[in-house]
Each structure stands twice: as C-alpha cells, then as structure tokens.
Design a protein around this ligand. Structure first.
Ligand SMILES: *[C@@H]1O[C@H](CO)[C@@H](O)[C@H](O)[C@H]1NC(C)=O
Ligand SMILES: *[C@@H]1O[C@H](CO)[C@@H](O)[C@H](O)[C@H]1NC(C)=O
Ligand SMILES: *[C@@H]1O[C@H](CO)[C@@H](O)[C@H](O)[C@H]1NC(C)=O
Ligand SMILES: *[C@@H]1O[C@H](CO)[C@@H](O)[C@H](O)[C@H]1NC(C)=O
Ligand SMILES: *[C@@H]1O[C@H](CO)[C@@H](O)[C@H](O)[C@H]1NC(C)=O
Length: 618
C-alpha cells in the first residue's frame, strides 16, 4: 500500500543516519566546526580589504565593498578565500600530482597514473587532488570486501546493466533497454578512454533514484577499517601492472551474487497518516546556516541534519521508482543522497547534447542585456504527487514560494490551508527590504516568472481535458508553456531544484548561461568537490526559506547597484570555472581515475599495485 511510504523511507533513513549517543557527539563536533568557521569569517572579513586586488582571476567585475555588512557578502568573501587555498594546491607536473595523491590518499597512485596525468595535462585540466575526493568517499568502504567478492558482486551475472572493459575495448552488456538511454552515453565515454583502461566491470544504475542504503553502523565500521589498513607500499613490493580480468572470466563458476533488491521499503511498517497535518516547515534560520544562509554546503544537503525534510521533499514521500538493497554492492550512478552507497559517475544527462538539458551550447547574452529577474520552467516531478500529498512536495513548494500572487495571498491570510505548501519567514528574520510594504508578493510578481509546464497528476484522470492539468492542483498553479534554455539565459537569476533526483540542467546553466545559478539540492554529484558555493553559484536551503533574502539582497536592495555587480561576478566566475573543470574532458578524467581505482580494488594484488615515479620513488 503506497500510503505508507513516508514513514517507511524515513525509518529507513533514520537507520542510515548516525545513531545513539553518536548523535550527540556529532552535534558537538558540528558546533565546534561552526564556531571555528564563524571566527574564520570574521578574520577573513577584517583582512579582506587589504588584499582585494589579488583576490581572484576573474577581474572583469569589482570586488565587494570594503566592510561587508550583510551575511551574504561575508559568505562570498569566505568562498573566495577557500578557492584561493584550494588552487594553491594545484599540481602542474606528474611528480607533484603523485606526491599530492599520496599525501591525501595514504596510498600509492594506481598503475598507469602517468597516462592519466598526461591526458590531464594535454587537455589543460586543473589538477587539484581534492577535486577527486568524491571518488574516495564512494570507494573506501569497498576496500573491506575481498577482491574476489567484489568481482562477483560487480559482473554481468549479478547486474542487468554493465559496462565492461576487456583488452582495451569497451563492451556494453544489458539484458534489456534502459528507459532513459543512459547506458549509451556512459558507454561512449568509456569507449573514448578504453585504449588506456584496465579490464573492469562497471554495473550501472539506469533508474532516476539511487539504490543502495547500507545501515550507518555497518558503513561506519567499514570506513574505519579501511582507514586503519591504508598504507603506502614500499617500492620493492610495488607491482605496476593490473592482473586483468581474462583470468577471472575463466575462474571456476561460483554462485552468482544475488542482489536482494527490496521493492517496497515500507513493507512491514505500519502506516501513519501524515497527509492532513499542516505543513511542518521550520521558519527559524536553518541549522548550520550563517545568519540564515547556507554556509556549509555538505551539511545543508544532509537529510540526517534536517529531519523535517522527510515531509518536505518528494524523495521521502513517494519516489517514482524505488528498488533498494541493503548490502554493500558496487553500483555506479549519476547522483545519490549522502546516505546512499552508490558510486558516482558524471550523470548521463551531462554527457548528452539533448536540447532539454544542454541548450545546444548556445551562450547567454551579456549581463547588461539580461532581465533583472528570475525564471524557471519544469514539470511537477520530484516524486509521485497525489491529492493527499502534493503540498509536501518540494517542487510544488518551490513554485508556490516564487509565485508573487500566492505569496501575497499568504501575506494577507487568503491562501487556503489545503492549498498551502509553505510558510513565510518571520517578519524581520531576513531583513527583506521588499517586504517592508507588507508586499513581498507584489514585489515578487515583478521579478519572477516561475511556473510548471505539466502538473503530473496521479492517477491521470480517465478523460483528461488536457493532460498537462490536474484536478487537485489546478486551482493553485497555472501551467505555462516551456521556455527554451537559451531564452532562460536572458534572465539574471536561474534557480535550480531537485526533480525525481538531481536536476539535469545544472551543468548547462553554469557552463553556458552567464547568469547566477541558485541551487538547492539533497543530492551528491561527481562535481561536488570542485564547485564552490557563493563563488560559482548561490546555494539555498532545501526548505527554500532563505530564497527571499537572497533575491532581496541581489535585486531589491537599495545599494546603487553594488549587489548587482556581485551577482555579475558570481555569474562570470561560475561560467569561467565551469568551462575549466566541468568540460567533457574533465568528466572523462574523473571516470578514468575512478576506473583505475575500481580496477585496483577488484585486483587480488591490490595492496601492492601502484604507480612509481622512475626518477623519484620517495
Ligand atoms: C614539478 O613542480 C614542482 C612544484 O611546482 C617543482 O618544484 C618541481 O621541480 C617540478 N618537477 C619537475 C620534474 O618538473
Ligand atoms: C562542512 O561540514 C563537514 C561536516 O561537519 C566538515 O567535514 C567540512 O569540513 C565542512 N566544510 C566546510 C567548508 O566548512
Ligand atoms: C513600496 O511600495 C511603494 C508604492 O507601492 C513602491 O514605490 C516601492 O517601490 C515599494 N518598496 C519596495 C521596496 O518594493
Ligand atoms: C512593480 O513594478 C511596477 C512597474 O515597474 C511598479 O510600479 C511597482 O511599484 C512595482 N511593485 C512593487 C511592489 O515593487
Ligand atoms: C500563482 O498563485 C495563484 C494563487 O494561488 C494561482 O492562481 C496561479 O495559478 C499561480 N501561478 C502560477 C504560475 O503557478
């Protein structure tokens, strides 16, 4: 019975969140970090003015005013400093890259690391070891499985969709078509690199949602065991060649690994009726925020840190497809929640040239020619919304919160409770100038053009007058025609929120638009450690409570256009950076590195496999 999913998934999540008195420890730790960070802000803010000229490569726009007053200004300055710190670790040659690898990973680089670096160098890739952290976060728990077991759990006998490499050729192995055509995109990328790749089997998830949820206690233990066992093999022990899989392909037949997929996570859990409860949306500053604004992107995306999200995000209410497993098996996919154990690849959407996601590479106009407003079009996805649940869905909340008419109705108390998805921030909480008149809604109507293109009704009425409409949401949403990506680039602000999982347009927005990309998401992606919030994009909280403060800061504030210049700078930084680190070549390098590591993990000699610099064996 579907009406129990909310509790089911939440309960499941609670098991993958840190538990027991560890929660307390975690909180203490988080508070410490928060305090330290705040001190750092103040330090940065005070010392910034003197260094303003040497701050950043992107110098077309001026830097912030001398004494930052607003929390957003402080966050921007902090982000700039963080980026400088990160870039100071860039590796310009192979020996530095290998050294940085060893320092950060506690192991030798994998065999054939030199070919990887050569490609990076030839493609002008910015090599900062930290940019690859995601790979190690994803793979480390797998060091606690025996190589033989890993091979058994990753091959075509255990999975429906596998991309393999044998003798430097990429092979696509699928038992049936994947609905979204993701496999060919990933396969093509691996094919381009195959001449340099070791034998490997990559089982791929072709569904929208992430699939693996190993209980937190188990993962935590595995991660600790891996860290304890890590070492740099002495040069005399190192073997520099992968064993390869032909031998393994002819290994005596074993029972194939039978993945235990659970198709209904909420089975056996008794239902709780949440549907008619009022919206449980906290209006205080979000936890871990800096005066209400996101300061730690990782923490802001973590559902374990924000329990209210279980009734404010479609993923936890009723995902469209759900098919999870609790055992640690390798499975590669495009995005995941922090609690999932999937291994991330750059999403197939980012490799596609589909107009819907890529906008065909067309660039947006110059900043001065853009409209000082906010645009968004999308479908009412984010899960399967129903008459009893839609007010809990994040996309519905998002569209309503940026609808001036609805906000005005909320301000005057005339928005019916059964059609309300959100709460407004308390008066004065975000110091929003535009609401000084008691008319945030009126102001929003002037600056936003945010609407659904389809309401995604469930069940679809048997005789729909128009299949884009929906009886229970029609009164609250107006369906508008889609706007092509390149036309959206004519607006200065492009917010981006989750759909059924991550949103596929984020990369194109950053790479092509030249507008400020506002981003709220629960999902982790391959690029997380190479993008800096407040420098390359503007992060916002998953309740969206801070969005008015953000728009007000950039658009409404009476500041003689200073904040508009800041926005122009973020837009420019985002585009310049995306064209340096989110290119196809960068995704190729990421996947290549991931495959080297995964092939090593699956190799019986993995503890001694590595690359050694001939000149310098440290
Ligand atoms: C590599 O770069 C480092 C630091 O930039 C430099 O000290 C070193 O001499 C370079 N090594 C080679 C072989 O060029
Ligand atoms: C964000 O918080 C996490 C978890 O507490 C911490 O490990 C990380 O260093 C923080 N990041 C920043 C940029 O402060
Ligand atoms: C407040 O309302 C007045 C009159 O309607 C308008 O001119 C002014 O721009 C509004 N202030 C803001 C900040 O929107
Ligand atoms: C909206 O825009 C109109 C026309 O530019 C202006 O007269 C009006 O004051 C604006 N309303 C608010 C609330 O800012
Ligand atoms: C905005 O909200 C009003 C009031 O609920 C609603 O009638 C209208 O259709 C909404 N507009 C959009 C674009 O969803």
């Amino acid at each position: 019975m579907t009406s129990v999913t909310l509790t089911g998934i939440s309960r499941r999540f609670s098991r993958s969140c840190p538990g027991g008195n560890r929660v307390l420890k975690y909180l203490v730790l988080a508070t410490t970090i928060l305090t330290c960070t705040a001190v750092y802000f103040i330090y940065e803010a005070l010392t910034f003015a003197g260094r303003a000229d040497q701050v950043h490569a992107f110098d077309a726009a001026p830097s912030v005013s001398q004494e930052p007053e607003h929390p957003i200004e402080k966050l921007i300055i902090y982000a700039q400093a963080e980026q400088r710190r990160l870039l100071s670790k860039q590796s310009h040659n192979l020996s530095t890259a290998a050294l940085r690898y060893q320092e950060r990973r506690g192991r030798r680089p994998p065999p054939e690391f030199d070919a990887w670096f050569k490609y990076a160098h030839e493609h002008d890739a910015i090599v900062v070891e930290d940019f690859f952290d995601r790979i190690y976060d994803d793979l480390n728990p797998f060091w606690t499985l025996e190589p033989r077991e890993l091979r058994r759990r990753s091959g075509p006998r255990a999975h429906e969709h596998v991309i393999s490499v044998r003798k430097r050729k990429a092979i696509l192995q699928t038992t049936h078509a994947d609905p979204m055509g993701r496999m060919p995109q990933w396969h093509r990328l691996v094919e381009e690199l195959a001449q340099w790749l070791p034998d490997v089997d990559l089982p791929v998830n072709v569904m929208d949602e992430s699939r693996l949820l190993v209980p937190w206690e188990e993962i935590n233990e595995r991660v600790q065991n891996e860290a304890a066992a890590r070492r740099v093999a002495p040069p005399s022990e190192v073997r520099t060649e992968f064993t390869g899989l032909p031998a393994i392909d002819s290994e005596p037949e074993e029972e194939p690994f039978d993945v235990h997929w659970i198709d209904s996570p909420s089975r056996n859990i008794s239902p709780i009726d949440i549907y008619h409860d009022a919206i449980d949306m906290p209006i205080a500053y979000p936890r871990h925020s800096f005066s209400g604004y996101v300061q730690n992107w990782t923490l802001s995306k973590d559902p374990c840190q924000h329990p209210h999200l279980r009734s404010l995000h479609g993923t936890f209410i009723e995902p469209v497809s759900i098919n999870t497993a609790q055992s640690l098996i390798p499975l590669f996919g495009g995005s995941k929640l922090r609690q999932n154990n999937d291994i991330l690849l750059p999403p197939a959407m980012y490799l596609s040239t589909d107009e819907l996601y890529a906008g065909r590479g067309g660039r947006g106009p110059k900043w001065s020619q853009k409209k000082a407003g906010v645009v968004w079009r999308g479908v009412a996805s984010g899960g399967r919304n129903k008459a009893e649940t839609w007010t809990h869905f994040h996309r519905h909340r998002y569209v309503q919160m940026l609808n001036g008419t609805a906000v005005h109705a909320a301000e005057t108390g005339s928005l019916p409770a059964e059609g309300t998805t959100f709460k407004l921030p308390a008066q004065g909480q975000y110091g929003v100038v535009a609401s000084g008149n008691g008319s945030l809604g009126g102001w929003l109507s002037n600056v936003t053009d945010v609407a659904f293109t389809r309401l995604e009704c469930f069940p679809l009425p048997s005789t729909p007058a128009d299949e884009t409409l929906c009886s229970y949401t029609n009164p609250y949403f107006e369906v508008r025609p889609p706007i092509p990506m390149h036309a959206q680039y004519g607006f200065k602000y492009l917010p981006d929120v989750d759909g059924n999982s991550y949103s596929g347009r984020f990369r194109a927005f950053l790479h092509d638009s030249g507008s400020v990309v506002l981003k709220a998401t629960l999902y982790d992606e391959w690029h997380d450690s190479r993008l800096m919030p407040w420098l390359h994009f503007v992060p916002f909280d998953n309740t969206y409570i801070d969005v008015y403060g953000i728009l007000d800061f950039f658009i409404a504030a009476e500041d003689n256009g200073v904040h508009d210049k800041l926005a122009e700078r973020i837009a420019g930084e985002g585009r310049v950076w995306a064209n340096k680190v989110l290119r196809r070549a960068d995704m190729a390098l990421y996947v290549w590195r991931l495959i080297l590591e995964f092939a090593r993990l699956c190799d019986d000699r993995r503890d001694v496999l590595g690359w050694i610099d001939d000149l310098n064996s440290y």
